[in-house]
Ligand binder design. Sequence first.
Ligand SMILES: [Zn+2]
Length: 380
Amino acid sequence: MAVGSTVAPPDSPEVRRYNRIRRWLGIAELVLGLALLLVLLMTGWTNWLRDAAYVGGSVQSYSLALFLYVLMLLGISKILSLGLDYYSFHLEHRYQLSNQKARAWVWDEIKGFLVTVVLASVLIELLYFLIRQYSQLWWVLAWAGFLGVVVLLAQLAPVVLFPIFYKFEPLQDEELKLRLVRLGERAGTRVRGVYKWHLSEKSKKANAALTGLGNTRRIILADTLLANYSPDEIEAVLAHELGHHVHKHILKGIAIQAAVTFVGFAAANWVLHYAVERWHAFDTLHDFANLPLLILIFVVLSFLLMPGLNAFSRYNERQADRYAFENIGGVSPFISAMNKLAEQNLAERTPSRWVEWWFYSHPAIARRVAAAQNWAKANA
Ligand SMILES: [Zn+2]
């Protein structure tokens, strides 16, 4: 497919197959999750689980029972999705994209499950505390609380969450550090840190990101990128990440999340009142057997909004790319970095239009390369 002025090299059947399988895995995970929620609600098994959480009345505390219910729900969902999780681990190996041993993968799964249990049970305990105390206004309070948690997690993620799964260390390369300082000075801004992300312990793919908020704001560069890309190419990637910083994309993302979750909590409140008062599916608003219903509302909402949220993300990515074009000597290191990334990560350069529209948080590589070439032509 010709994009812009140049013809992108066609994606190999191998690349197409890999990406198709990954997409189907994502869809299968979603369908499985939805099916679990619907089955729990329609068969009434959620009521059975709630009673089980009270262990025949031997658990007296609402909070403890709620915790046990959440634990059982997460456990069931993990057992159901374990097959798909293992398949994606296997898939990365089949396409020679992984460096991770099976034991390390199992350990990661355990850590991931424990982190989910801790975060989910704290959030859900707070949620039902609010529902219990404020049956009319709980959703506004929960929304405000949720927003606070999102901001806190965005700030803590680089120093608390990510290090659970990966090692990070401040970048030692003096030349690259100097280049970043110069990029920042030109932009009149400053990123506090650049960190080397030890991704190669697990993956052969390359990646980079802007993470954190305030004093944890940093750019992370995968060691797989640092090892294989020229200083000019790494500078192009740094400039792109700096573009996200300059255009305040993390903050804008949080603002969008705030709007989406406001609608989500409002819908949840309406559905919950309806389910209790009209439909008589639950005795009270704070009967936590209705948790699958609450989750269902958010899952459906985020699925419906996926194309919109991805379009927003692609817009931000184009903006960060443009920032890079404007702040590096010429676009050729950017283009060669993009091509290397596509090859290394088995990314599709030219996915079909609807696949890009629905699933892609970044513009297709062919489009990003064409944009760079067009920018260079217009600014020659
Ligand atoms: Zn980006």
